[in-house]
Design a protein. Structure first.
Length: 259
């Protein structure tokens, strides 16, 4: 049996929990809390010589010209920049963000994490509140479902004809994002679209307070100071439900290992 040596990297608390879950008699697992691949991490890889490396959902910043000791390493990855893809093109890689079961479970935890954040920042109940959600992907669907069950009014805005039609079929009020007839006055605005779509031309449509559930760098293509409050909320599952988030990630990785 192969002597497995796993290196888990990232600042998200779910990754620390994940390292504990992965340990077994046939595995040595080391956790490194960092958001940067630097000389220190290069030195650790050379000394530890892992044959599996798990990267966080958001790509690590790279502060070295070359990654040492990775030629025979299998990687489990989240989002990768083009630079990362080039660096790992000769490695076996598995993107856990492409596993449907993980994506949906992570979306559910993200939705619950938003509600926890909303209570903490707004100190309001959800019942009777008006929410406008940009996008209708997995996270938006989970969030909209939870909000409606709690008595909120939900309006979906999306660019995709499919998403707008689907939202209407679910019974939500839904509008084309590019239809300038919609705007928000007294409601809560939540973005789930992972693209910089809020430009100067959209400023009159979005409120002074904006919650962004998309990953960094978020949806703004304007200066953040032009908004009264901009709350970027990446990695909510790791923040609020580290153990639960680690459990679904561990299952995704174990399933890939056993394929």
């Amino acid at each position: 049996m192969e002597n497995e040596k796993w290196l888990v990297i990232g600042e998200d608390l779910r990754l620390k929990e994940l390292a504990t879950m992965l340990r077994s008699p046939s595995r040595t697992v080391f956790y490194k809390r960092t958001s940067v691949w630097n000389e220190e991490l290069n030195k650790l890889v050379l000394e530890f010589q892992p044959n599996r490396i798990i990267l966080p959902i958001l790509p690590l910043k790279i502060e070295v010209e070359q990654l040492y000791g990775i030629s025979q390493v299998k990687f489990y990855t989240g989002r990768l920049t083009m630079h990362w893809k080039q660096l790992l093109e000769k490695n076996e890689t598995n993107c856990y963000l492409q596993q449907e079961s993980f994506i949906w479970q992570n979306a559910r935890l993200t939705a619950e994490g938003f509600i926890a954040t909303f209570y903490g920042l707004e100190q309001k109940c959800i019942y009777g509140q008006n929410f406008t959600i940009a996008g209708f992907g997995r996270t938006a669907k989970m969030l909209a479902s939870l909000l409606v069950k709690m008595g909120a009014n939900v309006h979906i805005v999306a660019r995709s004809v499919v998403q707008v039609s689907e939202a209407k079929a679910y019974g939500y009020k839904a509008t084309d994002l590019d239809d300038r007839q919609w705007s928000i006055n007294d409601g809560i605005f939540v973005n789930t679209i992972p693209a910089k779509w809020i430009t100067e031309s959209f400023q009159d449509h979005v409120p002074a307070v904006l919650y962004d559930l998309a990953s960094e760098p978020g949806c703004l293509d304007i200066d953040v100071e032009q908004l009264q409050t901009y709350v970027l909320l990446p990695s909510l599952p790791g923040k609020y439900f580290a153990h639960d988030a680690a459990t679904i990630l561990c299952k995704a990785i174990e399933e890939e290992e056993n394929c």
